[in-house]
Ligand binder design. Sequence first.
Ligand code: ADP
Ligand code: 5GP
Length: 211
Amino acid sequence: MSSNRSPMEGMFIAVTGPSGSGKTSICKALLETFPHLRFSVSLTTRQPRPAETDGKDYHFVTEKEFHERIDRGDLIEWAENFGQLYGTSRETMERALRDGHDLLLDVDTRGARALKRAWPGGIFVFVIPPSIEELERRLRGRGSETEETIRRRFDNALSEIREIVWYDYIILNDRLDAAIERLRSVYVAETCRRERMMVKIKPFFDRSGGM
Ligand code: ADP
Ligand code: 5GP
């Protein structure tokens, strides 16, 4: 992916956070507010949760299909989490950005690092719960995991949080509505950055003799 994007192209926000921190809930609310913003649907080999839809929350694929995609170079990044594979389609991501859509991605710290290497101009956001105890409560409250995977997800959270130092923004998810508002503010502020507004500003300069 080139780092020399034209200003007409979309931008992406990669959201990371420990399992149970509330990323999915926050991202869903953001997507409802901004129709222009698209969710990057990842591929995964894990089983769908009861409320999840294939093609909307994830593309649920077999391990064989996933490995074929890796071999074809179709994945811009991928990682194993809790014994399952997760990855982002290069083509889908590049096409959406080229077509001028902004993209929201839900990726782990390794995925976010890979995306930052590919395109440092992305926006990297880390969601944290108000406490470790609350994280465990939410993981259990979701009711979608076995005791063993809850433990693995919980143990993994502590090492993921250490990566927070290189992220651009940190969203504290104490109250869900407040956390949604925080991410919404980040997105709106990022759309107002001068370099992203240049296309709209240029005609003013053209009328007054160039930039
Ligand atoms: P993630 O995608 O980070 O794994 P989810 O969005 O699935 O997290 O949230 C995990 C659980 O915590 C869900 O049951 C969700 O409804 C709940 N939850 C999310 N944010 C909050 C919050 N601020 N307060 C209480 N519960 C929350
Ligand atoms: P879950 O099973 O809870 O949906 O996701 C488990 C972990 O996988 C989360 O940390 C989530 O951010 C991460 N994840 C989801 N999709 C991708 C992806 O495409 N790439 C990477 N690297 N991680 C992902």
